[in-house]
Design a protein around this ligand. Structure first.
Ligand code: 26W
Length: 784
C-alpha cells in the first residue's frame, strides 16, 4: 500500500463512517478509519499466517487476562506504517497523538495479563504458531481518579470508542452449558501483528450472548423486563473483569467466566483439530500444546476430558493421557491467598458434569499416588478434592506435562517450599522460564529517541535480537555517547512533565532525579515502605542532616482492588505524604511526591523512559518475577530493590555495581520469621523507625476519619487475627532501604558516573526480551 492508497482508504472509511474527512474527523472517527485501513491491508498476510501454521504443531495460550494496552500505535509500528500515518495526518494539520484519547484495552489486572500480551507479540514477531484465547470483557479494569487523596473508581467502557481491531467471527460461535443457563460464546478475533509483519497471529476473545435473544412471548404479555432477561443474564458473564490481582474469592460469576471461555476455546480447538487432522485423536497431543496461564483456565483439563469421553467416545484413561500430554501450567505467585480453590457445592451447582470429572481425576490421582508408595498423609496433602474444596493448582500439576515458575528464584521456591511435595514425585515436570517483555512496545515504540541512538551505535536488528544490546558496553567510557544518552533521558522527562502538567495539574522539574514506583498496589509490593522512606528523608532534611541532597521527584502509580481496604489506605497515606513534603518550605525544593491517576499501560509507556531509579522493593520471596523491573532496565534506569524475583537475574546481568540492592534475603526472612517481634525488637528500640511509623497515628496526617491509618499501624505493630505483626517485614528493611536510596541519590549528583550505570543496564538487558522467553517455551515446553 503506497501513501496515496493509504490516504484513499482512510478517507473512504471516513466517508462511510461519518461523511467526513481527515481534516474534520473526530479522534474517534480517525482512529476507526485509520485502524480499519490497516486491517484491510493486513488481512491477506493474516490469512497466510494462519494457513502456514495450520498443518504444523502449534500452541494455545489460555488466559483470563490479556492486558493489551493501546493497539493503534503498536500496530502501525509493527506494520511499518507509523511514520507514514504520522505524515499523512500532519499534512492535514492533525497530530497523531490525538489518538491518545482512545482508551487502552485493559483486559487484565497487572503482570500476568501484560505478560500474556508480550508473549503474543513475541511469538508473532518470530513466526511461532501461538494463538491466545480469552474473554472479551465489556468493561476492563476500572478507571481510577484521586479525590481528596482517596482512590475513586469508574467503569472502563473501552468499547465505546469502537473496536476497530476485532473481527466478529460469528460462524465459529459455540454453545456453553451451565447447570442453570446456556449461552452463546461468540468469538472476536484480534490480529497480533509481529514486528515487520513477520507473522500475524490471532487472539480470540469470547463474548457471551443469549441463545434466544429477545423473548417476544414475554414482551407481548407486557413483561418487558422478562423479555430481555436471558440477554441480561448471558451478557453478565463476559461483562466485567474482576479487579483482583493476587487475591482469590470463590465467586460464582468468576467460575462461570472461567468455564465460559475455557469451554468455548476447547470446543474451538477440537473443531480445528478435526478440520486439519480428522477424527483420529491419537495425534492430538502431537499437534497441540495448551499453556494454562495460572490456575484460572485449569478447568480446561476436565473440559477436554468431558468432550473426549462423551463426544468422542474415549475412556477416562485414554482421555486423561492425551490431556496430560497436551497441557502445561505456569504458576505466577506463591501467595496462598491467590491459589484458587473452589467450594465443592458451588462448583457442583455451576458445572455438575465437570464436577464429576474432577472427582474422577481426584480418584485417579489417589490411585496413582498409592501405586508409587505414598503414605496416607502424603496423599491427603495432595488430594484435588479435600472433602470440602477443589484445589485447582493440584489438578493442574497432576494433569500437566510441565509446570513452570517465572523467574529462577521463584521456581526454586516452588520446588523447595510451596510445591515441594509435588517436586519430590515429579522432578522432571518442573522448569523455569524467566519472564520477559517485548522490546517493540517497551523501547521501540515508547522511546524512539533512545532507539535511534542505539541503532546509530550498533545498527538495527537489536529489536528482534535483544542480546545485541551487549555491543553497547563498549561505549560506556565514550563521554559523547553518554552525554547523548543523558540528553535523551532529559527529553523524556520533559515530555513526561508536559503530560503530567496536563493530566495531573502538577508541575515537575525535569532537572531533578526521577524515582518511580508503578505497579499494582499490594502490601507485599511495599509502596508503604517507599512512602515511609520519604517521610524519613523529610525528617532528616528538617534536622539539616542531608546537606546538598539531590532534589528528587518520587512518582507513584497504582490501582488498588476496590475491596482491598489496606491498599486504599496506603494510597491515601502517599497522598498525605505528598501534601506535607510538597508544601513545607524546608523540603519543597528537595522532595516532590506525586501519585499519578489511572496508571495503565499507556501511562507506563510515558513514565518508564523518564525514570532514573526503578523501585522494586517487594518482600524477598514474594514477587514471583516482576516485569516492570525489566522495562525500566531496558530504558536506562538503575534498580533500587530487594534481592527478589527477576531482580536477582537483573543484578546477575548488570553487575552489583550498577544496581542498588538492599534488605533481607529469602533465607534471612525465613530465619527471622518464626520469632519475629517487630514491636519489641525494632519499634521500641529504633527511634528513627518509630518516628516514621508513628506518623500513621500521631496526627501528622489525616485519613479523613476513616480509621485507615490506624489499621495500617495496627497491622504493622500488633498484627491481626490472620497475620502476625508486620507480615511483609517493612520494619526489618526500612533503615537499609533509606540508606541505599540515599547512596543512589548522592551517586546521582555525579550525573555522568550515574548515567554510565544506566547505560550498562541498557547494554545488559538483552536477556529480558520476551522473545527469549517465548522461544524457550516453544523449544522446551511445547517442542515446536
Ligand atoms: C484469582 C485472583 C488472582 C488474579 C491474578 C490471583 C492471581 C493473579 C495473578 C497470578 C497475579 C499476577 O499477576 N502475578 C504476577 O505475574 C507476573 C507475570 O508472571 C509476575 O511478574 C509477577 O511477579 C506476579 O505478581
Amino acid at each position: 500500500m503506497n501513501k496515496e492508497q493509504f490516504i484513499a482508504k482512510i478517507n473512504e472509511n471516513l466517508r462511510i463512517d461519518g461523511r467526513t474527512d481527515i481534516k474534520n474527523a473526530t479522534p474517534k472517527q480517525l482512529y476507526n478509519a485509520l485502524s480499519r485501513a490497516v486491517m484491510s491491508e493486513i488481512i491477506p498476510d493474516w490469512d497466510a499466517s494462519e494457513e502456514r501454521h495450520n498443518s504444523k504443531r502449534r500452541a494455545y495460550y489460555l488466559s483470563a487476562e490479556f492486558l493489551m494496552g493501546r493497539a493503534v500505535f503498536n500496530n502501525l509500528y509493527c506494520a511499518g506504517l507509523l511514520d507514514e500515518a504520522k505524515e499523512i495526518l500532519a499534512e492535514q494539520g492533525v497530530d497523531i497523538n490525538c489518538l491518545e484519547e482512545i482508551e487502552d484495552a485493559a483486559l487484565g489486572n497487572g503482570g500476568l495479563g501484560r505478560l500474556a500480551a508480550c508473549f503474543l507479540d513475541s511469538a508473532a514477531s518470530h513466526d511461532i504458531p501461538l494463538n491466545g484465547y480469552g474473554i472479551r470483557y465489556k468493561y476492563g479494569l476500572f478507571k481510577q481518579s484521586i479525590g481528596n487523596g482517596f482512590q475513586q473508581e469508574s467503569a472502563d467502557a473501552w468499547l465505546d470508542y469502537g473496536d476497530a481491531w476485532s473481527v466478529r467471527a460469528e460462524n465459529d460461535a459455540v454453545r456453553v452449558d451451565f447447570a442453570d443457563q446456556s449461552v452463546m460464546a461468540v468469538p472476536y478475533d484480534i490480529p497480533i501483528i509481529g514486528y515487520n509483519k513477520k507473522s500475524i497471529n490471532t487472539l480470540r476473545l469470547w463474548q457471551s450472548e443469549s441463545l434466544k435473544g429477545f423473548d417476544f412471548g414475554k414482551f407481548d404479555n407486557q413483561d418487558y423486563l422478562g423479555a430481555s432477561e436471558s440477554t441480561i443474564l448471558a451478557d453478565a458473564i463476559s461483562n466485567v473483569l474482576y479487579p483482583n490481582d493476587n487475591t482469590e474469592k470463590g465467586l460464582r460469576l468468576r467460575l462461570k467466566q472461567q468455564y465460559f471461555f475455557v469451554s468455548a476455546s476447547i470446543q474451538d480447538i477440537i473443531r480445528r483439530y478435526k478440520k486439519a487432522h480428522g477424527d483420529d485423536f491419537s495425534k492430538f497431543a502431537d499437534m497441540y500444546a495448551i499453556q494454562l496461564n495460572d490456575t484460572h483456565p485449569t478447568i480446561a483439563i476436565p473440559e477436554l476430558i468431558r468432550i473426549f469421553m462423551f463426544k468422542e467416545g474415549m475412556s477416562f484413561t485414554e482421555a486423561f493421557a492425551i490431556v496430560q500430554k497436551t497441557c502445561n501450567y505456569t504458576n505466577h505467585t506463591v501467595l496462598g491467598e491467590a491459589l484458587e480453590k473452589w467450594g465443592a457445592d458451588l462448583f457442583k451447582s455451576v458445572v455438575p458434569t465437570i464436577y464429576e470429572i474432577v472427582l474422577m481425576i481426584d480418584k485417579h490421582l489417589e490411585k496413582h499416588l498409592r501405586s508409587i508408595g505414598q503414605t496416607d498423609a502424603q496423599i491427603e496433602a495432595k488430594r484435588i478434592f479435600d472433602g470440602d474444596r477443589i484445589h485447582m493448582a493440584r489438578m493442574a500439576i497432576f494433569a500437566s506435562t510441565y509446570i513452570n515458575g517465572v523467574a529462577q528464584l521463584h521456581t526454586d521456591i516452588l520446588k523447595n517450599d510451596v510445591l515441594k511435595d509435588w517436586y519430590e514425585i515429579y522432578p522432571e515436570r518442573f522448569q523455569n522460564k524467566t519472564n520477559g517483555i517485548t522490546p517493540r512496545r517497551w523501547i521501540g515504540l515508547c522511546n524512539p529517541e533512545l532507539s535511534s541512538l542505539i541503532t546509530e551505535k550498533i545498527g538495527d536488528g537489536w529489536q528482534t535480537e535483544l542480546d545485541k544490546l551487549a555491543e553497547l558496553k563498549k561505549f560506556v567510557d565514550d563521554g559523547a555517547t553518554i552525554r547523548r544518552f543523558m540528553d535523551i533521558k532529559r527529553e523524556k522527562k520533559v515530555q513526561l512533565c508536559e503530560y503530567i502538567k496536563k493530566h495531573e495539574g502538577v508541575e515537575l522539574n525535569p532537572d531533578w532525579a526521577f524515582d518511580i514506583q508503578v505497579k499494582r498496589l499490594h502490601e507485599y509490593k511495599r509502596q508503604l515502605l517507599n512512602a515511609f522512606s520519604i517521610v524519613d528523608l523529610y525528617f532528616q532534611i528538617k534536622e539539616n542532616k542531608l546537606p546538598d541532597l539531590q532534589p528528587t521527584c518520587f512518582i507513584f502509580g497504582a490501582k488498588a482492588a476496590p475491596a482491598y481496604r489496606r491498599a486504599k489506605g496506603i494510597i491515601k497515606y502517599i497522598n498525605e505524604v505528598a501534601k506535607l513534603v510538597n508544601n513545607d518550605p524546608d523540603t519543597k525544593d528537595k522532595l516532590k511526591v506525586l501519585f499519578v491517576q489511572n496508571y495503565n499501560v499507556s501511562y507506563a509507556e510515558k513514565l518508564i523512559p523518564a525514570a532514573d531509579i526503578s523501585e522494586q522493593i517487594s518482600t524477598a520471596g514474594l514477587e514471583a518475577s516482576g516485569t516492570g523491573n525489566m522495562k525500566f532496565m531496558l530504558n536506562g534506569a538503575v534498580t533500587l530493590g530487594t534481592y527478589d524475583g527477576a531482580n536477582v537475574e537483573i543484578v546477575e546481568e548488570a553487575g552489583w555495581e550498577n544496581e542498588y540492592i538492599f534488605g533481607a534475603r529469602v533465607e534471612e526472612i525465613e530465619k527471622i520469621k518464626p520469632t519475629y517481634r517487630p514491636k519489641e525488637k525494632i519499634y521500641y528500640t529504633n527511634d528513627r523507625v518509630k518516628r516514621v511509623i508513628n506518623t500513621l497515628v500521631d496526627g501528622t496526617f489525616n485519613d479523613g476519619d476513616t480509621g485507615m491509618f490506624g489499621e495500617l499501624y495496627n497491622a504493622l505493630i500488633n498484627g491481626t487475627s490472620w497475620h502476625k505483626p508486620d507480615h511483609y517485614f517493612l520494619l526489618t528493611d526500612l533503615e537499609g532501604y533509606v540508606d541505599t536510596k540515599l547512596r543512589a541519590l548522592y551517586d546521582y549528583k555525579n550525573r555522568e558516573m550515574f548515567s554510565k550505570k544506566c547505560w550498562m543496564n541498557i547494554a545488559t538487558s538483552g536477556k529480558f526480551s520476551s522473545d527469549r522467553t517465548v522461544k524457550q517455551y516453544a523449544e522446551e515446553l511445547w517442542k515446536i
